[in-house]
Design a protein around this ligand. Structure first.
Ligand SMILES: [Zn+2]
Length: 114
């Protein structure tokens, strides 16, 4: 289990962390707080695996291509799983991160929650 950034208790399951990517959130089993990955740390963690897969495209022999692709895929799962840190996240943060400012000249006011 991974520690939740809200309550610091182990509340995020390994499977959830493994399939987490920017724009998705994980919900803590202890406090129901939501957390996610930052795009920059996720992208950095994907670089070594991506590099191997791109290198595989320039190789001639099949075993080398399959090995590089296989290792690249494994690295693209394992490195973010271990090294990309969880951050506090809520739906409003996701909206603010991934909304298209170009189409929204003024950001809506954050609604007041009870
Ligand atoms: Zn929590």
């Amino acid at each position: 289990m991974f520690n939740c950034p809200h309550c610091e208790k182990p509340g995020i399951s390994p499977l959830r962390k493994a399939i987490l990517s920017p724009g998705l959130i994980a919900t803590c089993k202890s406090c129901c707080g939501t957390s996610g990955l930052r795009y920059s740390s996720w992208l950095t963690a994907m670089l070594p695996g991506s590099f191997l897969m791109i290198a595989a495209a320039f190789m001639e022999s099949d075993p080398v291509v399959w090995s590089l692709n296989g290792i690249g895929l494994i690295l693209m799962i394992i490195i973010p799983f271990i090294f990309a840190p969880l951050h506090k996240e809520d739906w409003w943060n996701l909206y603010a991160l991934y909304s298209y400012d170009f189409f929204l000249p003024a950001k809506p006011v954050r609604p007041i929650r009870p």
